[in-house]
Design a protein around this ligand. Structure first.
Ligand code: F6P
Length: 349
């Protein structure tokens, strides 16, 4: 095996560049050359005008320059076309034409599905879990999750300082798609009084009751951390009907947002003010923490070693602080274990 390739796919996550660097250094160590595929699986579909926009030979000098950069230097994309078998065959053909005999895919579950399909077409693939969401059940951490939690923790600490100055509650929305892990860890790390996640069905009135309980205890500046996906498991609540008498500009059937939720809680709890913040993409576009970088370093090395020893169709994960690998299909079949105990603790105090 003298030629391998690497791509980053799905939402970018801190640590992707560090993982590419680790793959490159290990490939160089074993005398393999490395091709970087640009914009995830899109780079294999021949869409760019020049091949140089689809793939690049990654020499050591180049990757040493990118390792510390935030984002993903190779670019990324969510490639819906990869659901089409004809497109996957085209991608496999491209890899064969490039004389690539192994591919490292850094991404989340959708990206791993793509890797599994490429394996069926004769391209050995290894997956590294790159997503801030921590929504891959087989591994204790995904690349970027620790960084996202640290960004959110810094942000919520700052928010709690200004909430204290003004004595008012604050709703903070963090990312995670359908996974509440970032919200849960952020709430625990900052001492936030309430956390709302998609894993647990909830009612607006129950959160208002929780906030009222804090106010009754003398805490008029509680933080409510909400996961972006939590609106999906909220019991029906007509935000339009509720806020209209207060002169809020909402339109029928509009979804609940952090901003509206703050307005609703303010009214329901008789507060003078309540504020909201959506932390957003700062969670993704920053430099990785040491923990994420270390995982990237180890995972990159393991990916190359596996390919070198002829192992394929595996993903790398972390268990009890050690990297390990397992078959992609088995990994994707595992069910996410939400930390209900921590959730109950945060919301009960
Ligand atoms: O999967 C990572 C993630 O940041 C999710 O937390 C979020 O729901 C989604 O990506 C946002 O995707 P996009 O970059 O397409 O807006």
């Amino acid at each position: 095996m003298s030629n391998i390739a690497v791509l980053t796919s799905g939402g970018d996550s801190p640590g992707m560049n560090a993982a590419v660097m680790a793959v490159a250094r290990n490939a160089a160590y074993y005398g393999m050359s490395l091709i970087g595929i640009k914009r995830g699986y899109n780079g294999l579909l021949g869409r760019a005008e020049k091949p140089a926009d689809d793939f690049i030979r990654l020499d050591l000098d180049t990757v040493l320059d990118i390792a510390d950069l935030p984002g993903t230097w190779l670019r990324t994309a969510r490639c819906r076309e990869f659901l089409d078998p004809a497109m996957r065959e085209k991608a496999a053909r491209t890899l064969k034409e490039l004389d690539v005999s192994g591919l490292v895919v850094i991404g989340g579950d959708g990206s791993f599905q793509g890797a599994m399909r490429l394996c069926e077409l004769g391209i050995p693939c290894i997956g590294i879990p790159g997503t801030i969401d921590n929504d891959l059940a087989y591994t204790e951490m995904t690349l970027g999750y620790d960084t996202a939690v640290n960004v959110c923790t810094d942000a919520v600490r700052a928010i709690r300082a200004t909430s204290r100055s003004h004595d008012r509650p604050h709703v903070v929305e963090v990312m995670g798609r359908d996974c509440g892990d970032i919200a849960l860890s952020t709430a625990a790390a900052t001492g936030a009084e309430i956390v709302v996640v998609p894993e647990v069905k909830w009612k607006v009135d129950d959160v208002a009751a929780q906030l009222n309980r804090q106010i009754a205890m003398g805490n008029t500046r509680a933080t409510v951390v909400v996961a972006e996906g939590c609106w999906k498991t909220m019991a029906p609540f007509d935000v339009y009907k509720f806020l209209l008498p207060y002169g809020k500009e909402v339109y029928p059937n509009e979804p609940m947002t952090a901003n509206r939720f703050a307005s609703v809680l303010k009214r329901k709890c008789g507060m003078i003010e309540a504020r909201s913040t959506v932390i957003g993409y700062t969670q993704r576009g920053c430099s990785p923490t040491a923990r994420d970088s270390i995982f990237a370093f180890e995972a990159g090395a393991m990916a190359v070693q596996l390919l070198k020893s002829g192992v394929s169709n595996q993903v790398i994960g972390m268990k009890h602080g050690r990297t390990f690998s397992m078959p992609i299909e088995k990994a994707l079949a595992e069910k996410h274990h939400f930390n209900r105990k921590l959730y109950n603790l945060i919301n009960s105090l």
